[in-house]
Design a protein around this ligand. Structure first.
Ligand code: ATP
Ligand code: MG
Length: 400
């Protein structure tokens, strides 16, 4: 068969919610294109083209990798790998469709359906006629023993999208995560542990366009260097979505030791959490983050009762976002598996929260009692001094 038609490989990138943004659309589109530009190889371009975003000029051998990278960008709803034809002659369109289908037809007889889409209404052939003509050409080229039309449940759905200056041929699109482009919704600092929850919390807010930075607390030498490595590896996985992720790594031990020496053991969990939030708030303000983000969830563990969450909240002067608050653990795990953090998260390394763990933690702390315990440390200046000690241990890790 001779299907010598000049075609070019292109990726069609569609953006769901971004398209709904009315007058802000150019802003969101620009942000999305900038992020797509980050993952493109040299010489490749991405631009808005007739309501679609088209990526052109890449080596077809790299199409898979490129499509996968783009599907991970927030704001992208779907990607189609397409052939683009500059000619709009019916015979060229038919020949291209046949050539496109050829490698997809194996031993088995396959069923197909053609969708015609005439975006340029001045073109003399209507959408249904376009579909019919291409379908006939396919039947003729391959024969009824190799292909058949099935309008209900076809194996292959082929769209012929006729536009003002070109024709795009493609099959079912692959789904991205949707959401909003990076950098369109403020900046938050995620408290990143090595657990299952906090990476998912970070991912969910990044998906809504929030720029993310992270802070991790360890209690070296009570916690191991390997536990810290694990968090860095989790940050690398998140950076596959956010492109980069800066992690501030701090030793919380000075705060834990001071609390253990002065305060009731049963309150250690909540007292440590409040210190964590204070330290995180200082980093957030320094780094221009207007929010703290945690993987907390209502009722999951003793430190996450409604009362404990309220007392934790009261230690922070910044709004605390808890995107997992109402999810069940199975839902969080499913998401962690989907985004690829789960396997890393379940590696068994200790967390700083497990150091100085009380035998009988209070599960319904009252703010008055907790403030009274913190007063035993010796006042605000002492807390500042303790935090300064924690800060002196800061290391910065750049993932991505
Ligand atoms: P995760 O699975 O995220 O560790 P968790 O269910 O184990 O959460 P906690 O240990 O109570 O719950 O922690 C609640 C939240 O506090 C975490 O989701 C995270 O945001 C933050 N956090 C806990 N430990 C650390 C840590 N070592 N460094 C930074 N943040 C932490
Ligand atoms: Mg944890």
């Amino acid at each position: 068969m001779d299907h010598t038609v000049n075609i070019e490989h292109v990726l069609i990138v569609r953006y769901g919610e971004v398209a709904l943004k009315g007058r802000n659309k150019p802003y969101f589109e620009k942000k999305l294109l900038a992020r797509i530009g980050d993952v493109l190889p040299e010489g490749t371009s991405a631009r808005a083209d007739g309501g679609l975003l088209l990526v052109t000029g890449y080596d077809p051998a790299r199409e898979d990798a490129l499509a996968r990278a783009i599907l991970r960008i927030f704001g992208v709803s779907t990607v189609s790998r397409a052939w683009r034809l500059r000619s709009r002659e019916m015979k060229d369109i038919c020949a291209a469709a046949v050539g496109w289908l050829d490698p997809r037809i194996q031993q088995e007889r396959v069923s197909f359906k053609v969708f015609g889409k005439r975006a340029d209404k001045t073109y003399p052939v209507t959408s249904p006629d376009l579909a019919a003509a291409v379908g006939e050409a396919i039947l003729e080229a391959f024969g009824e023993d190799r292909v058949r039309v099935d309008v209900n449940r076809p194996d292959i759905r082929l769209t012929v999208h006729l536009r003002r200056n070109d024709v795009l041929i493609f099959d079912d699109a692959e789904k991205g995560f949707g959401g909003l482009p990076p950098g369109t919704n403020g900046k938050g600092l995620v408290l990143l542990s090595g657990g299952i929850d906090s990476p998912v919390a970070a991912w969910l807010l990044a998906k809504r366009g929030m720029r993310i930075e992270a802070v991790h607390f360890h209690s070296y030498p009570y916690t191991s260097k390997r536990a810290e490595e694990k968090v860095k590896e989790l940050a690398e996985i998140l950076a596959e979505y956010t492109q980069s992720l800066r992690v501030h790594i701090l030793n919380l031990l000075p705060a834990q030791e001071a609390l253990a020496a002065a305060c009731p053991e049963s309150e250690m969990t909540i007292l440590v959490r409040r210190m964590m939030m204070r330290a995180a708030e200082l980093i957030a303000r320094r780094e221009g983050c207007a929010f703290l983000i945690t993987g907390e969830n209502l009722g999951q563990v003793a430190s996450q009762t409604a009362e404990a969450l309220a007392v934790t909240d009261a230690s922070s002067g910044l709004p605390v976002l808890r995107p997992l608050i109402a999810l069940d653990k199975v839902e969080i795990i499913e998401r962690a598996q989907e985004i690829g953090t789960y396997e890393k998260s379940i590696e068994p390394y200790e967390d700083c929260c497990t150091v100085f763990l009380p035998r009988h933690p209070v599960t319904k702390p009252r703010i008055e009692a907790i403030l009274a315990s913190e007063a035993k440390l010796g006042g605000a200046e002492v807390i500042d001094k303790i935090l300064a000690e924690v800060f002196a241990t800061e290391e910065v890790f750049e993932a991505g």
